[in-house]
Design a protein around this ligand. Structure first.
Ligand SMILES: [Zn+2]
Length: 213
């Protein structure tokens, strides 16, 4: 049985920005990569009908998952901007615990508690609660999306992954979100810069750094 790696994120490109090089590397090693996305990101295009955006975003995330070598994406379909209430109303904690028990991942990647985006922090909080309640037996690592430098938990154990060989795959997967052109061009420099700095600090060309919850 191949190992399973689980990514839990708020929107459908977060796991690629935060951990895309690592997920692609694990996929190349034969590991099964499963992704859980909390919302469809429909508020990014308020002028379009919800169904149009949902269909487009699902297509894009499946395309991106294929580029990364992933084994599928699952959606909770929650409303953006009100995750804590949505989590309660949709029994998300129980569903996540059930999914973890079913998938038996050896590692989980999710948002950082330092993230500037409230939806990202809400995802971190619910996963952290599950860790504390001992519903998640494997190590959980935080990735960064809307922040450059990790502020808290700096003394927590770190996971550094050399992503030199999969960096271009990460960028291609990120670029597969064609309805998010603006987000792509505003974030891409940050993505490249961060991977390069992490690489310089850890002796490779590109790297991703995660902190253990
Ligand atoms: Zn996001």
């Amino acid at each position: 049985m191949p190992q399973t790696i689980l990514a839990i994120c708020a929107h459908n490109d977060d796991q690629i920005i935060g951990a895309g090089g690592t997920l692609a590397k694990y996929a190349r090693q034969g590991k099964r990569i499963r992704t859980i996305i909390c919302s469809f990101g429909e508020s990014s295009h308020p002028h379009l009908h919800r169904e149009v955006i949902v269909e487009r975003r699902v297509k894009e995330s499946l395309r991106a998952d294929k580029i990364l070598g992933g084994s599928g994406v699952a959606y909770f379909g929650l409303k953006e901007g009100s995750f804590p209430a949505e989590f309660t109303n949709n029994n998300i904690k129980k569903k996540l615990a059930w999914l973890v028990a079913k998938e038996k991942p050896t590692k989980i990647f999710t948002h950082s508690s330092d993230d500037a985006h409230p939806d990202h922090r809400a995802v971190n909080k619910i996963v952290t609660e599950l860790v504390r309640e001992k519903k998640i037996p494997c190590p959980v690592f935080e990735f960064q999306v809307w922040n450059v430098i990790k502020i808290t938990h700096r003394n927590n154990p770190r996971l550094v992954v050399d992503i030199t060989d999969t960096f271009s795959t990460k960028i291609r997967a990120f670029g597969a979100h064609t309805s998010q052109k603006l987000a792509f061009w505003s974030l891409i420099w940050n993505v490249v810069f961060r991977a390069r700095i992490a690489g310089l600090l850890h002796g490779s060309t590109y790297a991703e750094v995660f902190y253990k919850i």
